[in-house]
Design a protein around this ligand. Structure first.
Ligand code: PHE
Length: 486
């Protein structure tokens, strides 16, 4: 049999004193408790262990409602009106209306009429004053101490918020044979240690001590201490997953040139995403110089494919457009620059950073958001490796079902869309692919590069169960406090 708790021991000792039923009051008194909940839960525990029996009966009781409580303090409406009429014998309907609130006078008269009071020409009269007074007295007595058996119950049930009928459960307990059989020495309450202190550990006392077990099923107050914002906590978690997978983190500026953000990635200069309405271009600095050699290489690639086998986009490449300042629209601008600086060394790099697009704000869009970017460059890097890496990442985040679908980006071939299954639906979380030669060759990169960029806020919506992305940024304290620890 499971260990008895201290309250169970105390209650069983009480029940052993006599074998008939014990009421709650008797238990509370015998056990010297004031909290009913302790008695009820000890009784429940003893019953589960077969040491006692709980008998439950429920009966209906009447209690005062909100208006009933007021009436018990200030008098029933009909009583107050009646008293007024009695002490002002010539009072009229008009007096009553000015003396009482508008919402009282009307219904109050209705009640008095029901008791036999009549109004003639604005004056009150009554055939039998005593009978009215008696009825009012009866009602007053009821409201002072309501009883479920009273003949007035139906009358009060029909009046708003005066009374409520509630179901009360009352319990009694009785010892069982097994319960009587437990020797009283075994029902000694044990001193349990709830807190392990250095003193306890230094002494020898811990060896014979009984420790209070944790009951993880109990309701507990939420500790309200400082904590990371859920978004920050999520970033930390993603960061640790990539670090664990052997990646290094890259942090870089969000002020960039169109050249790096787009031209280096073989995004054509007339691509719609480059328009003012999609990208935040800067007034200051309006132009950011780019090395002439790079501009010449990109120009060649864009116009005719340069030294690659590509035919390029054709048209005329503008160096001026390439040198425009902007807020990066994707973090791919940073991984590509990392590769440009380290074209020969195999690497695994990730970034979790802020990007900007001219989106109108709604449930799923913000003009400022974050991407989770990454690359793997090494001899033999291939599509299988890319897909496995992304699947592993989402698996570690707690989303085991991941699929990829063909997609298009100007800078990757093949290109993929990554989708995760959530609540039975496939949700698109990002893009990926292998950088095209038009991107890698001008930078002197020889090994294949797997690359991806995924939305952080999208993932946050899944993790936190949000249906509105804006919730993440509105500083709603109540919501913040109740977020899970990630
Ligand atoms: N940069 C793309 C985006 O912003 C994602 C992507 C990154 C796609 C790397 C392919 C390779 O959606």
């Amino acid at each position: 049999m499971a260990e008895l708790t201290n309250p169970e021991r105390r209650m069983l000792r009480a029940l052993q004193k006599r074998s008939d039923d014990w009421t709650l009051e008797e238990i509370l008194q015998e056990c010297d408790w004031t909290d009913q909940a302790i008695a009820v839960s000890a009784g429940h525990g003893l019953t589960n262990k077969g040491l006692a029996k709980t008998m439950e009966s429920s009966n209906k009781e009447v209690i005062l409602g909100e208006e009933g409580i007021k009436a018990s303090e200030n008098g029933l409406l009909e009583a107050r009106l009646w008293n007024f009429i009695q002490s002002n014998p010539n009072s009229t309907m008009k007096d009553l209306s000015s003396h009482f609130e508008r919402h009282e006078a009307g219904p109050g008269i209705g009640l008095l009429k029901g008791l036999g009071v009549t109004i003639q020409g604005g004056n009150f009269s009554c055939e039998d004053n005593d009978s009215v007074a008696d009825s009012i007295l009866e009602r007053t007595k009821f409201i002072q101490s309501p009883s479920i058996d009273s003949p007035l119950l139906d009358h009060f049930k029909g009046r708003k918020n005066l009374i409520e009928i509630v179901e009360m459960v009352s319990r009694t307990w009785k010892i069982t044979k097994n319960g009587s059989g437990i020797p009283v020495e075994e029902l000694e309450e044990v001193v349990q240690i709830a807190e392990i202190t250095p003193e306890l550990l230094q002494s020898d006392e811990w060896k014979n001590a009984t420790f209070r077990p944790y009951d993880v099923s109990l309701e507990a107050a939420m500790p309200r201490s400082g904590r990371s914002h859920p978004m920050q906590a999520l970033i930390e978690r993603i960061r640790s997953i990539f670090l664990e997978m052997g990646f290094s983190e890259l942090v870089d500026d969000y002020v960039q040139t169109a050249g790096w953000n787009m031209d280096s990635l073989f995004i054509p200069q007339d691509h719609p995403a480059r328009e003012m309405q999609d990208t935040f271009y800067l007034d200051e600095p309006k132009k950011i110089e780019i090395e002439a050699k790079l501009l010449a290489d990109w120009k060649a690639i864009h116009e005719h494919g340069g030294d690659t086998e590509s035919t390029g986009w054709g048209g005329e490449f503008s160096e001026e457009i390439a040198q425009k300042g902007l807020l990066r629209t994707h973090t791919t601008v940073n991984t590509i620059q990392y590769l440009a600086e380290n074209p020969k060394e195999p690497c695994r790099v990730f970034a979790i950073d802020r990007v900007f697009r001219k989106e109108s704000i709604d449930r799923t869009h913000l003009p400022e958001f974050h991407q989770i970017e990454g690359i793997i460059m090494e001899p033999g890097a291939n599509l299988g490796m890319l897909v496995t890496t992304l699947k592993t990442f989402y698996q570690k985040m707690g989303y085991p079902e991941v699929r990829v679908r063909p997609a298009y980006f100007p800078y990757t071939e093949p290109s993929l869309e990554v989708e995760v299954k959530w609540r039975g639906k496939w949700l698109e979380l990002g893009g990926a692919g292998i950088f095209r030669p038009e991107v890698t060759e001008p930078l002197g990169i020889k090994d294949p590069v797997c690359a991806w960029g995924m939305g952080l806020e999208r993932l946050a919506m899944l993790v936190l169960g949000l249906d509105d992305i804006r919730q993440l940024y509105i500083s709603d304290l109540e919501w913040l406090r109740n977020q899970p620890i990630l």
